[in-house]
Design a protein around this ligand. Structure first.
Ligand SMILES: CC(=O)SCCNC(=O)CCNC(=O)[C@H](O)C(C)(C)COP(=O)(O)OP(=O)(O)OC[C@H]1O[C@@H](n2cnc3c(N)ncnc32)[C@H](O)[C@@H]1OP(=O)(O)O
Ligand SMILES: O=C([O-])CC(=O)C(=O)O
Length: 374
């Protein structure tokens, strides 16, 4: 008898472990990081406070934050051997492949000898990831070898400084803080679960994060911000967006940036990034993509009761910051590495190898037929 494959249900709703790091979709506490509501964190905190919270379980005091940021700033520079590898990655590569390769190479050059080094390695990845993507971006585009150090006060500012090779607008730095906070952590999403499975084998932290980057890359997960951008750029105006969306829905196409595996009526991160996208549109006097995005949101809710997830309004917001579309998902990596590594630490604290069972759906026992008789 052929049984129904559980995998087809995507393990939806099944509890696969415990975490103190995050709630997703719980009534009354939709999204919290270590007990703090996402709205208050995105409104009031810097990303570094949130990264510290995830790593250490408490918000930092002013002096703890100061020394944390000083340590991170000292870890931005890349070793020459890593720059050499980045220079060999072709300009045609996807930046997520660059992130995956860069993370893996960092683990080759500066391996985690034992778990006592984990906090140092986590800080290294947080600090170095923006440098990795920007170094490759400039070298691949025009052969320019940028300085990967900067005087920036934060990870978001460092990224914008390296990307644009100029001092960022203060509003843009605030958007980066909010965006990195929104993307930092989300319980047992696919990439985090991947990181925990890897960690449960007691592998090193770079291997676990490298796997998570590969998982985040897919358009059903982190890659949706890039895919959403490609879609909305194909719409001329809100009416055109509505017509084309209706056609896509008729053709049963997936609309990127909509829907969620856990949330049923809204993603609490959407209102926050949507608000930033609106402010950026007002500030620049160019509201085309914002207006198109709002119409998409209306049509999707009206037609399918599907709502924007964290990715959808990130597309227009990042575009307004002058960020190339292919770099959208690498920014997600720069942020989510804080959540992945917090989960890796949590897994290591109380570890047992993660090894579920499968419901067998193959043939009954068969007699082996030798090659010559087949
Ligand atoms: C940060 C993040 O990773 S957030 C997620 C980013 N991903 C995307 O934006 C990609 C587009 N969205 C999707 O593919 C899905 O909504 C997922 C992957 C996020 C969640 O998938 P699921 O948990 O399987 O979705 P769910 O069970 O709610 O789907 C219900 C129905 O709505 C449909 N649906 C869900 N999302 C969409 C969408 N974006 N466009 C069109 N239809 C959709 C499903 O196909 C399904 O239809 P069916 O019953 O006829 O098969
Ligand atoms: O939780 C999920 O399945 C996907 C998601 O929104 C995230 O990882 O931020």
């Amino acid at each position: 008898m052929v049984k129904k494959a559980l995998g087809g249900a995507g393990l939806r709703g099944q509890v696969a472990g415990a975490t103190r790091l995050c709630t997703v979709g719980q009534d009354g506490s939709g999204l919290t990081y270590v007990g703090y509501d996402i709205q208050s964190l995105a409104d009031q905190a810097q990303f570094e406070e949130v990264a510290y919270l995830l790593q250490h379980g408490e918000l930092p005091t002013a002096s703890e934050l100061d020394s944390y940021k000083t340590r991170l700033a000292k870890k931005r520079e890349l070793p020459q051997a890593l720059k050499d590898v980045l220079e060999r990655i072709p300009a045609s590569a996807h930046p997520m492949d660059v992130m995956r390769t860069g993370c893996s190479m960092l683990g080759v050059l500066e391996p985690e000898a034992d778990f006592s080094e984990q906090d140092d390695k986590i800080e290294r990845m947080l600090a170095a990831f923006p440098s990795i993507i920007c170094y490759w971006h400039h070298y691949a585009a025009n052969g320019k070898r940028i300085d990967t150090d900067s005087d920036a006060d934060s990870i978001g500012e460092h990224f914008l400084t390296l990307l644009h090779q100029s001092e960022p607008d203060p509003t843009h730095i605030k958007v980066m803080h909010a965006s990195l906070i929104l993307y930092a952590e989300h319980e047992f999403n696919a990439s985090t679960f991947n990181a925990r499975v890897a960690a449960s084998t007691l592998t090193d932290i770079f291997s676990a994060v490298t796997g998570a980057i590969g998982t985040l890359r897919g358009p059903l997960h982190g890659g949706a911000n890039e895919a959403a951008m490609e879609m909305i750029q194909g719409f001329n105006d809100p009416d055109d967006a509505e017509q084309k969306l209706l056609k896509m829905l008729e053709n049963k196409e997936k609309i990127m940036g909509f829907g969620h595996a856990v949330y049923r009526t809204k993603d609490p991160r959407n209102a926050i990034i949507k608000d930033w996208s609106r402010k950026l549109a007002e500030e620049s006097g160019d509201s085309k993509l914002y207006d198109i995005s709002v119409r998409c949101e209306e049509v999707m809710w009206r037609e399918k009761e599907l709502f924007c997830n964290a990715d959808f309004f990130h597309a227009s917001a990042y575009h307004a910051l002058g960020i190339p579309t292919a770099l959208f998902t690498p920014i997600f990596v720069m942020s989510r590495v804080s959540g992945w590594t917090a989960h890796i630490k949590e897994q290591r604290e109380n570890n047992r190898i993660i090894r579920p069972s499968a419901d067998y759906t193959g043939p009954e026992l068969r007699k082996f037929v030798p090659l010559s008789e087949r």
